[in-house]
Structures are given as structure tokens and as C-alpha cells.
Design a protein around this ligand. Structure first.
Ligand code: PMP
Length: 308
């Protein structure tokens, strides 16, 4: 689709990115601490999460290169958000979508994907994301390239490129370039590598910090404990400067503060990101930035949201 055609401009596609940013003044009071905490509201994307950005970039690239032809279905694994983005884009573009996802994903996510018309293949929770990845790859092998296009968000460079070209530039503009630390968690690593690479090119003094869970059973949707970073052109060893560990209970407590004190209904990983930054801000002074990856409205059926 032509990027400047009216059917593109006035569509869900052109509303991806360009999200607002807020200063979380209740979590870090600039007057008291001398530090600022900026957060980008990725739940404002049309599909409700940060994953709209890489999904759009990966599919646009595939369409341009002819990997998706008439009758090709998109197939991939997802814990939910990327699947929702594919499903939304597939609905708009008229492309069939088949998603492999673990059964412990929230009911809202399953329902949203199905509402957009995607086919959902539920994999055992005990196999976690890795089971969904493996089973999607097996089906892709079976059907082949004529039947399926697999974006493969864990290895596709257009995942971090989306953040390099959009999220990072927006953050620089919204903060006037005054960032000392950028911190976020890792699922595929697309966000941290794409934003991190661009911020470092802008100012190599900016520190890029990965927020990581302290246990394998962390329950933070979208995060991977045993992650690996495999994107061509984005070297994790050069981009990530340090790590901060967060526990699940502290992340939940921070999520509750974001909802009740800042008025932002966001997801678990948003709480975890901000908790990680708060820990950093106890050690260092400066301007901190992160993303709040998704909206809280797709977690309403989960335990934590019953307890808030
Ligand atoms: N939080 C949520 C809610 C997510 O869905 C994801 C994506 N899996 C992430 C964080 C991590 O983002 P990335 O894949 O860019 O590392």
C-alpha cells in the first residue's frame, strides 16, 4: 500500500507509533530527587501495545519483498501482544493470521485475537513461550513458504529497526534529548536494542539498562527469563550497559501505584519497568526514560487486577 495514499493515512496503520509520553512525578518527584522519569504510553497504539510497531515493520518489509502473496497466511508464536498486532494488521490488510500461544495467556488476549479473525493454536502452559515457538516452527516447516510467512519476531531485524526508527526518535523529541538512562525489560529484545542503539548514536553517554526478572516463574507477561538476542545489526553486548533485577511482588506494587497515583491503566511489564527505574534512581541522579508496553485493559481477568 502506498504510504501517502488516503486509505493508508486514515487507517489503523498510520496511527501506529507517535504515542504520548508522561513524566511520572508521583513515582519520582523531580523537586525532591533532582531526577525525572519519562514514560512512553505504548498502550495508546491501535492494537493496545508497543508490538504494533515491529509487527507493522515486519509485515511491510515482507509485503515489499513479496514474501506474502495472495493466499499466504502469517504464522508466528506470541505471548499475546504481537499476536494481537498481527491479527489487527491481518484484518485490515486482508491476510489470514495463525498464532501459537501458551494457554496461560490472559483470556482477553485470546478473545481479542479471535475477534480480529485470527486462528489461535493454544500450546501447553508448562512449555511456556518456547513450546509455542517450537510448535509454530514445526507447522511452518510442514506447510512451507507457499502456505505461510513467518515474521519470526525473535530473529527478524525489522523488529528492532521499528524501535530504532520510531520509538527512539519520538523519545528524543519528547525529552529534548535529555536522557541519561533508558531501561526496559526483554521479551524479544526488540525494544531495548532498537531504542538503545539509536540513543547511543545520539549520545554515547546514555546508559542502556535491561530490567530482568529475579526468578524464572516471574509471571510478567511479555518478558523472557532465558532470553537470547539474535538480531543482525544490533549487538546486545555493545548496546546494553547494565542490568537491574526486579521481583514480581515489587513489580505488582509499582503497577498498582501507576494505576492509582498516576492514573495509567497499564500492564505488568509496565510496573516492572518502572520498578526497575525506581531502583536505579535510588543509586543515580538524572533523567530516566522507559516505555509502558501495553494497556491494563487486557489483564482484567487476571489475579493481580482483582487485587488492585
Ligand atoms: N512487555 C510486554 C507486555 C510485551 O508484550 C513485550 C513483548 N513480548 C515486552 C514487554 C518486551 O518487548 P520486546 O519484545 O521488545 O523485548
Amino acid at each position: 500500500m502506498e504510504k501517502n495514499s488516503s486509505s493508508y493515512i486514515f487507517s489503523s496503520l498510520s496511527n501506529i507509533g507517535g504515542t504520548g509520553a508522561v513524566l511520572l512525578n508521583k513515582i519520582i518527584d523531580p523537586a525532591l530527587s533532582g531526577s525525572k522519569l519519562y514514560a512512553k504510553l505504548e498502550g495508546l497504539n491501535p492494537g493496545g501495545s508497543v508490538k504494533d510497531r515491529p509487527a507493522l515493520y515486519m509485515l511491510k518489509n515482507a509485503l515489499e519483498k513479496g514474501f506474502i502473496k495472495d493466499g499466504t497466511s502469517i504464522i508466528d508464536s506470541s505471548s499475546g501482544n504481537t499476536g494481537i498486532s498481527y491479527a489487527m494488521l491481518g484484518a485490515f490488510l486482508g491476510i489470514k493470521v495463525k498464532i501459537y500461544a501458551p494457554s496461560n495467556m490472559s483470556e482477553e488476549r485470546k478473545k481479542i485475537m479471535r475477534l480480529y479473525g485470527a486462528e489461535l493454536v493454544i500450546t501447553p502452559a508448562e512449555e511456556s513461550h518456547d513450546g509455542a515457538i517450537k510448535r509454530a516452527a514445526e507447522e511452518y516447516e510442514r506447510g512451507g513458504k507457499d502456505m505461510y510467512y513467518m515474521p519470526d519476531q525473535y530473529n527478524n531485524p525489522y523488529n528492532p529497526i521499528a524501535h530504532y526508527e520510531t520509538t527512539a526518535l519520538e523519545l528524543l523529541e519528547q525529552t529534548g534529548g535529555n536522557i541519561d538512562y533508558f531501561a526496559t525489560g526483554i521479551g524479544t529484545g526488540g525494544t531495548i536494542l532498537g531504542v538503545g542503539k539509536r540513543l547511543k548514536e545520539y549520545n554515547d553517554k546514555i546508559k542502556i539498562i535491561a530490567v530482568v526478572p529475579d526468578s524464572e516463574m516471574h509471571g510478567i507477561e511479555g518478558w523472557k527469563y532465558n532470553y537470547s538476542l539474535n538480531f543482525e545489526g544490533f549487538d546486545g553486548n555493545k548496546i546494553i550497559d547494565d542490568f537491574v533485577k526486579v521481583d514480581t511482588e515489587g513489580s505488582y506494587a509499582m503497577l498498582k501505584r501507576l494505576v492509582r497515583e498516576e492514573g495509567i491503566l497499564c500492564g505488568f511489564s509496565s510496573g516492572a519497568n518502572v520498578y526497575g527505574l525506581k531502583k536505579l534512581a535510588e543509586k543515580y541522579k538524572g533523567n530516566f526514560a522507559t516505555v509502558l508496553p501495553d494497556t491494563g485493559s487486557r489483564y482484567l481477568s487476571t489475579r493481580v487486577f482483582n487485587e488492585i
